[in-house]
Write a protein that binds this ligand. Sequence first.
Ligand code: PHE
Length: 492
Amino acid sequence: MAEEAILGYLAKNEEIGDSGDFASKHGLNHDEVVNVIKSLHGFRYVEAQDIKRESWVLTNEGKLYADTGSPEAQLFLAIPPEGGIPREELQIKLGPLLFKIGCAQAAKNRWVDMGGQQVTRRVQHVDDRVKDLLLKIKEGQVVDQDDIKVLKARKLIVPQTWNGYSLKKGPDYAPQRKKFAADLTREMLQSGDWKNVEFKEYNFNAKGQPIEAGHLHPLNKVRHQLRMIFLQMGFEEMPTDRYVESSFWNFDALFQPQQHPARDSHDTFYLKVPSTTKELPEDYVERVKCVHESGGYGSRGYEYDWSREEANKNLLRTHTTAVSARMLYNLAQDTLKKPFTPKRYFSIDRVFRNEAVDRTHLAEFHQIEGLICDRGLTLGDLIGVLHDFFSRLGMSKLRFKPAYNPYTEPSMEIFSYHEGFGKWVEVGNSGMFRPEMLLPMGLPEDVRVIAWGLSLERPTMIMYGYNNIRDLFGHKVDLGLIKTNPICRLGL
Ligand code: PHE
């Protein structure tokens, strides 16, 4: 419609002076006219010149007063002509906001007397100029500059730029748009029509249809990159495909005493069915019991009665260190048959904690864990490896703070300087596994294990700019974000 009107008009006339006037004269929607002009301009049917006009539009408050009258007029009308009305009563009648604005403006206009307890009229009749002006502006009529200033200061109107065009015939003008063929068809080839048909030019800048495909979650992307870093550093992935563990592997094997608060059901999810584990390596269990009760290997142990029932309880693993314990135990078993070989292991998988859910905590999250098992390793080796690992993530300024874990000694919290936040942030936990953990497994005496752990969510949230973990993981996640999140490149 708009296209026919424009091309038809230009066939008989030199120019269209103003697309806005043209649209209203022909009963067309101006946005539609603008779209058509842009397209005709692109194909050189018309030459278009920008026209910009400043106009004023009503704010929501302005629209309201255009309908119901200005606050000062409403206030004036709410005062009985004879005698007046107490302030409080007037305020209740109008509501606090309208009352406040109405009082100020009406007093300024000298319409009312606010002096005493009673508010009274000072004049018999008022003209609601503000309402009249607003209605004029609404209809696009011209209003005096001084009035504009006042209405603008009262935030009843705001400026708006109007964009339109003036038009002339372009170099390729024709009264009707030529239809170009988009596809070469079988029929055209058969009939020979293709020789006469004009084809549409290729648009190499067209975006193309979005491809429907699966999308990777940011956690998966970051996980993949971390996996690559571990693999590049020569680490093997541990099999973490078991969420259910026994207390034995999750805690006891790690020399975590049975009365440790983390083992409380307020902190750990225990299983009802099956509530206990079926199988544990009996001779190793015996050595773990001994080390808890009375120590050995130069340790005093915890000096309490160790309970097998407690160790048998099934739970959702609270850390992937349970898997590390299994792996180290298997490694120790291997040394019975062949010489000890150093190992580097890593895992990135889900763990569970019975925690109150908030902005930064969920009851399930993912843990990244790395460990190196070799003869004669020192804390210096751990610090060195952490520097290597974290600098590959783009964190090269590290600091360490002494910490406590039941299974490591010494233990260190890892802090990294975050350039964006301008402060040190905690990024992980680390330590050297205790002899009370390693020696009952049967590892050679001079074998040391350095290890560290961190969450996958924390770096992902920082990298992707999430500040609520529930936007990243769980049922509140926005699928749109999953479809559009950018690629992940660590350490750039
Ligand atoms: N398991 C620890 C945690 O849950 C992380 C850790 C792993 C600490 C290895 C030291 C050594 O926080």
